[in-house]
Design a protein around this ligand. Structure first.
Ligand SMILES: NC(=O)c1ccc[n+]([C@@H]2O[C@H](COP(=O)([O-])OP(=O)(O)OC[C@H]3O[C@@H](n4cnc5c(N)ncnc54)[C@H](OP(=O)(O)O)[C@@H]3O)[C@@H](O)[C@H]2O)c1
Length: 331
């Protein structure tokens, strides 16, 4: 075991570092400027610092950019990590887009999780990632026009064929999780969860009952919880997020001052407290913070070793229970 090995957690039948790495930020047009050399350095910094769960999607960046970058950066180090990717978001020509309504930034996404396309998606992702297996494979969004059981059935066939090791679900309800789990065991369910975004309690209860791990996306509140986000520049999708418009951002920052104060008392950064708080919520939660910056990545991953005392836990619960947030949510 390397000296940087992090504590591990179990997602269904999959063991991963307690904090993973979310790679979405490594493609241009998400959180602003990024080039491939910087992206590859960031990814390797995460692996070197002990992250063994790398989260991507066929929909991050244009035409498979994110998966391709990961494949290139991990050449020779593939076996050190669990690669999680998602499908149904990168639609080849001729595949009919099915609208999936979401909040503010995008209005509507286009997905297609028809089982007849799923093997093609997986083969494309395997090619981009330069690997012979996807460790954890999620439909990125449940397709409103396709029964989830059918989509999941197609992933089960990929498991049977050895192309995929584990099934995940992303952005689903508790009922959808139960429906899918009845078709094929689900290792992990991915959902937005952070100090400024309450978890779906029914989903969490179902995951606990079924032994499904919970992967928390945007665990730093798209950077807000680090306390370091200033003006959001062009090319950064947070420009379309009401939580980051000038007035809401200022108000939200003021409201989270007590949380940042607790981090200061503990001698850790607000980002580390946000991640340690999530880890403390459930032993099967694995947050996947993203960053382009090696120093931030090492700071974030070090939070896997932070333990919160019962007193701090209670104080944070009390503060967060009365902390309002201005601005809408994505889903
Ligand atoms: N399933 C889904 O639908 C879904 C949706 C959204 C996201 N996700 C997954 O979740 C992952 C993480 O979410 P996310 O990237 O949206 O949000 P996040 O991890 O909450 O925040 C990322 C932002 O925080 C900044 N940051 C990170 N660590 C920092 C630190 N220590 N100090 C200061 N700034 C810091 C990054 O900027 P720098 O680059 O400057 O550090 C970046 O702008 C994604 O990569 C993706 O894999 C999944």
């Amino acid at each position: 075991m390397s000296e940087n090995a992090l504590p591990t957690r179990r997602l269904g039948g999959l063991d991963v570092s307690a904090l993973g790495f979310g790679a979405m930020v490594l493609s241009p047009g998400v959180y602003g400027e990024i080039d491939d050399a910087r992206g590859e350095r960031a990814l390797l910094a995460a692996v070197d610092a002990g992250a063994t769960l790398i989260d991507t999607s066929d929909g991050y960046g244009a035409d498979g950019h994110n998966e391709r970058l990961i494949g290139r950066a991990l050449r020779g180090r593939r076996d050190e990590v669990v690669i999680a990717t998602k499908f149904g978001f990168r639609l080849p020509e001729g595949v009919e887009p099915h609208p999936f309504p979401v909040g503010y930034a995008f209005g509507e996404l286009a997905v297609n999780a028809d089982p007849k396309h799923v093997r093609g998606y997986a083969e494309a992702s395997l090619r981009e990632l330069g690997t012979d297996r996807i460790d954890l494979y999620y439909p990125h969004f449940p397709d409103p026009q396709v029964p989830l059981a059918d989509t999941v059935g197609a992933v089960a066939e990929l498991v049977e064929a050895g192309l995929v090791r584990h099934l995940g679900l992303s952005n689903v309800t508790a009922d959808q999780l139960r429906e899918a789990h009845a078709v094929h065991p689900v290792a992990a369910v991915q959902t937005e969860w952070s100090m400024w975004r309450h978890v779906d309690e029914e989903l969490l209860a179902a995951a606990r009952e079924l032994g499904v791990g919970v992967v928390a996306w945007s665990p730093l509140g798209a950077g807000f919880l680090t306390g370091k986000v200033g003006t959001v520049e062009d090319g950064d999708f947070r420009q379309h997020m009401p939580r980051f418009d000038a007035e809401n951002h200022r108000a939200n920052n003021d409201r989270f001052a007590p949380v940042r104060g607790i981090a200061g008392e503990l001698g850790i950064t607000p980002a580390q407290l946000a991640l340690a708080w999530l880890l403390d919520q459930d032993e099967h939660v694995v947050p996947i913070p993203g960053s382009r910056t090696p120093a931030h990545i090492r700071e974030n991953l070090a939070a896997a070793r932070v333990r919160l005392s019962p007193d701090v836990r209670d104080r944070l619960s009390a503060v967060l229970a009365v902390t309002e947030v201005s601005g809408g949510t994505l889903l």
